[in-house]
Design a protein around this ligand. Sequence first.
Ligand code: GLU
Length: 484
Amino acid sequence: MVRVRIAPAPTGALHVGTARTALFNWLFARKHGGEFLLRIEDTDKERSRYEFVEQIIEGLKWLGLEWDEGPFFQSERLQLYRQEAYRLLEEGRAYLCFCTPEELEERRKQMLSQGLPPRYDRRCRCLDDAERKKLLNEGRKYVLRFAMPIDGETRFHDLVRGEITVRNDEMDDFVILKSDGTPTYNFACVVDDREMRITHVIRGEDHIPNTPRQIQLYIALGYELPQFAHLPLLLGRDRSKLSKRHGATSLLEYRNMGVLAEAMFNFLALLGWSPGGSEGEEIFSRDELIERFDITQVKPSGAIFNPEKLLWMNAHYIRQCDLDRLTKLCIPYLKGSNLISENPNETELKLAQRAIELVRDRMKLLSDVPSLCDYFFKDPIEYDPDGVRKWFAQDNIAMLLDELAQRLERLLSFDVATIESTLRGLAQEHGISAARLIHPTRLAITGRTIGPGLFELMEVVGKDACVRRLRRCASWVRASQKQA
Ligand code: GLU
């Protein structure tokens, strides 16, 4: 059975690149009816933090990448790594190294100055028993190093990139167990992948240099090899490695800005892979993506993370979203801008829902909601200056706004059709086009020149507020005309 995993280190916010790797693993597992595991690689005590573990869990859950087993914590499995490392030692595939960090640094500098690649010189691999005993008796600290084969090469077939071959003499005798008894990444990873029966290791291409080292460990430990697939790195639009310079790189930052999980899912799935479909087709459901996923079709070259495309997709999913759900998702943003109370009542919620229904077509992010619909909740405090120049210059405009207020006030039913016929009727009586009244009315009621259909928004704003705003605006226009 296919078994894959995501194995993040909890040393920072969950990166979108890690989320993409998790998503490809998840798609692969779901496609093949396999299992997806979560393993937390927290052997670096200095840098690992529990809050990052929580972020990983929160981020994966948010994207809907539920795991079948785990989370497993490497920090709880140290005994297993030690046992396997010492097994290698006994079998002569690992050795004790007593070189101090200072000595290593000194030799590294020497090699660099001689134009040689800085590599461990295998000094301790040649120690004889007596020398080793002596150093142990002196109480010298040691690490365990892997005895890399000196001849030959390591070859593997990467499911994304094809054949990869590395000469063994290009790889040094890397440390497998540090002096404090904790394993290094390469070692713990191999022991875990075998113990967790991982069949396919799917991870970022930054791990390609680790893979031949890990393969040599598999061979030395007598483990069966999994298959490997390395995904292209995420790049910014300038084709350099995606970094904070390009904008947010943390998954949860996007959630907090108001990207919908399904938009992020769709967007991440297309980073380095194309599900096919008709020309230019980019919107795919979760099920379609599972159905079409093919790891061998992942492109080996860099995948561009384009935030504008993400916003475009998000706008699409916002338009498609069930209105009740969309409202729930928008509520925190409305609260955050004090447009609704901390514990909104039914009326507030209803108003929010109707407002969101009208503005959703203009939203790219959920966080756009307060600025797009604040006027549903409070009277405008200022009017768009360009709109004022364009629509409030006519002499009779204050009179028209007052007149409209008066007619609206008398209406028994304040619905879209009645509002519309009232306004059009007034325009006609004064021999002006409806547009010459519609624009100033919108400005008076919303403070802006653009927005959803005027009659629809007026119905939601309600009669009292519309009348009050029209009158207040008429006075404001009179006062400013007088001043001019
Ligand atoms: N902890 C490693 C990382 O986050 C795991 C790499 C792997 O999947 O082997 O990059």
